[in-house]
Write a protein of this length. Structure first.
Length: 189
């Protein structure tokens, strides 16, 4: 075999190895990033008169009554980390919400969850939750644990998440439940 034939053979072997390496790299699972708006409804497990008294201690507006079912709107970011060669993911998400605007009572809240998402869209999560409360008439932040169960309907380029969250706040504030829906636009990292 001549020297030029050996160089061509070596170049061909290197090109094939590089092409195979690139194909393997493209096939490797990557972290997915999702970001999008959320809309929903929340309900506080409390008598309407007690809920009204609690909100009144925060907002001091006796010209109206507040009801323990209110709207939520916000934004969510989510990172999905592939688990091995499966189509399941470890999830980390951050959500900022502003509730009660339909009743003129801006109630901010935020939560983060660490969870698991199955290939067919079911997602479970658990993490810290923070909101504003006034258990003794003085506004302060309340920290709790949020439990999240959701379903993600995947379409090309985005998903439609439907999420149910349960927040058993500390004993001085009543628990609440929320149902959130929205759009999540995804990208590969």
């Amino acid at each position: 075999m001549s020297g030029s034939a050996m160089v061509r053979a070596a170049a061909l072997v290197l090109l094939c190895a590089a092409a195979r390496g690139l194909a393997a790299q493209e096939a490797a699972p990557r972290t997915l990033l999702f970001f999008g708006p959320r809309l929903g409804i929340s309900a506080v497990v409390q008598e309407p008169s007690e809920f009204n008294d609690n909100v009144q201690s925060l907002l001091h507006d006796s010209s109206r009554d507040y009801f323990p079912v209110y709207s939520e709107m916000g934004i969510q970011a989510q990172q999905l980390f592939p688990l091995g060669g499966t189509r399941s993911y470890l999830t980390f998400q951050q959500t900022l919400l502003l509730g009660g605007l339909d009743q003129g009572m801006p109630l901010p809240s935020a939560y983060m969850t660490l969870g698991y998402r199955l290939p067919f869209g079911l997602a479970l999560g658990l993490g810290p939750y923070i909101t504003v409360a006034a258990p003794d008439g003085a506004p302060r932040f309340a920290l709790a644990l949020v439990y999240e169960v959701g379903w993600n309907f995947s379409l090309p380029g985005f998903t439609i998440p439907l999420t149910f969250i349960f927040v058993p706040l500390p004993s001085y504030v009543n628990p609440h439940i929320s149902l959130l829906c929205g759009l999540s636009f995804g990208t590969l990292e």
